[in-house]
Design a protein around this ligand. Structure first.
Ligand code: TK8
Length: 337
């Protein structure tokens, strides 16, 4: 009797649970979003990825779950881009520079000294020009949501302080997998070697390369100060990150779900830029305290470097199309008035 009763009760319980499950299975099972990135969890990129995940979870009432996966555990930028295009991964954040092989217009952001300050960068990236470049991704199977700040890039190396152009001669310098960067640093006389970011620390540690260039935040969070003695302040280019979605996957979302992601991406952009700028403001002192030897270039030497670097501009204009190039120059002139 007891046995039968127990069986009956549990069968009823199962039936009660199973009924709503059957009807709303689609709604109850949260959408799982793998959001990959290259830096570690303690970086500005990691903090903003976590913020994005929290926003999505909150705004969707737990129906959408973002798993932020850092340290290139899902692969370096280029590999994740392909996974998104193929639909094997949902989202990522990475450099626009590594996207140039897919969308050539992204090379606009590789232009040395394009922006004088973050305010200009925000205005152009968030304005019509930035949106026009983002829209180009669609035909390649990607949806770009927002630009985050990677930041102004500076040079580090293990050989000597770079105080003038000639100091770069013979320095093996890792660059991103991008032709503008490759040409830029060859033009400056360095021995430029393209490498994915995920291989950079160990390449520096084993002296496979002598140097690299990245914003202060990354030099700090990726602990490059452990393997790089010299930091030369060049601010040679402003580098954005971009939050990407697989178009294949995006097209299967409801309008509400797309809105949750777009809104959370905007909120994450504002959070990320503020956090990055706060950190960058303190980073030089931190890097000095960690033992890095930091130098600025004299105005004359900075000018020489700038003149050489801007020689790649003609090639960038031709690559992205003169119309986009001129439109950007006009917009910058307008902003600077
Ligand atoms: C991280 C990279 C990094 C970039 C680089 O995945 O490769 O040097 O600056 O931020 O995108």
């Amino acid at each position: 009797m007891n046995m039968i009763r127990r069986t009956f009760v549990s069968a009823a319980a199962v039936a009660m649970l199973a009924a709503p499950l059957a009807g709303f299975a689609q709604d109850i099972k949260p959408r799982l979003i793998r959001f990959g990135y290259g830096l570690n969890e303690q970086s500005n990129q990691g903090r903003a990825a976590k913020f994005f995940a929290e926003q999505v979870e909150k705004a969707s009432g737990g129906k959408m779950k973002v798993r932020a996966i850092g340290a290139a555990a899902l692969g370096p930028d280029v590999q994740m881009q392909q996974a998104l295009i193929g639909g094997a991964q949902e989202m990522m954040v990475g450099s626009t520079a590594t996207l140039v092989g897919i969308t050539k217009e992204m090379a606009l952001w590789d232009t040395p000294f394009l922006f004088n300050n973050a305010k200009e960068a925000d205005a152009v990236l968030d304005g019509p020009i930035g949106q026009k470049v983002i829209a180009k991704l669609q035909e390649k199977g990607l949806v770009g949501l927002v630009y985050w700040e990677n930041g102004f890039r500076n040079l580090t190396n293990s050989k000597r302080p770079v105080t003038k152009l000639e100091d770069l001669n013979g320095i093996k310098l890792r660059v991103m997998q991008n032709n503008v960067y490759l040409d830029s640093f060859k033009t400056l006389g360095a021995n430029a070697v393209p490498l994915p970011f995920s291989e950079l620390f160990s390449a520096l540690e084993t002296n496979t390369v002598d140097g690299q260039e990245n914003p202060y935040n990354t030099i700090l969070s990726s602990k490059f100060f452990e393997v790089q003695k010299y930091l030369s302040i060049t601010n040679h280019v402003y580098s954005p990150w971009i939050v990407l979605v697989s178009k294949k996957w995006w097209d299967g979302l409801s309008k509400d779900e797309q809105k949750v992601l777009a809104d959370a991406a905007k909120a994450s952009r504002d959070f990320e830029r503020k956090d990055t700028r706060d950190e960058a403001g303190k980073a030089l002192a931190d890097l000095k305290a960690k033992g890095m030897q930091i130098n600025e270039l004299s105005p004359v030497e900075a000018g020489r470097m700038r003149d050489k670097l801007t020689r790649v501009n003609a090639g960038i204009g031709a690559g992205i199309g003169m119309e986009l190039w001129q439109e950007t120059q006009a917009e910058l002139a307008r902003l600077r008035k």
